[in-house]
Design a protein around this ligand. Sequence first.
Ligand SMILES: [Zn+2]
Length: 211
Amino acid sequence: MKDIVKGFLSFQANVFPERRELFRGLASSQSPKALFISCSDSRLVPELVTQQDPGQLFVIRNAGNIIPPFGPEPGGVSATIEYAVLALGVSDIIICGHSNCGAMKAIATCQCLDNMPAVSHWLRYADAAKSVVEDKSHASEEDKVNAMVQENVIAQLYNIRTHPSVAVALRNRTIRLHGWVYDIETGVIHALEHMSERFVLLSENPDTFFE
Ligand SMILES: [Zn+2]
């Protein structure tokens, strides 16, 4: 905890004064262009890997970058999506999984989660991806986890379309959905290509989007 407070003191003394104008401009309003949905994993930092300043990304993070389908009792993820689309008018939604994801590993390797009932329940929102992965054979456990990470991004891209605000924006073509997977070791991002439903290098396909 001491490191965290030390970091804040350094921010206050060194970083904030240099960027005072940016923060003054952001003091009373925000207009982020994108909603970035990623895993809570400490190794994936959305603003760092996309080099975005404060005010530029509206962010949802949770275990496994999961988006429950819209239902009769919408929760925090649903409310945040609705706010991003209707109040902020974001033009892009990025769902970003990552390599070595603990949540996806737990699903792919059928780890017992009896001692974590909330996690176990939450990961059921990735059941569609799990079934797709289980339906195929994989050369190694690592390959299976990687497949789970990718299929989960695809499953969540379908889940988010069940949210009324997103459905309307897609129909009106005012929003684009992007499915990404970030590799921790290499810093590479693969993006889901709409036509082929394959993950391709974002660096070589910067205009790729899912829908
Ligand atoms: Zn993760």
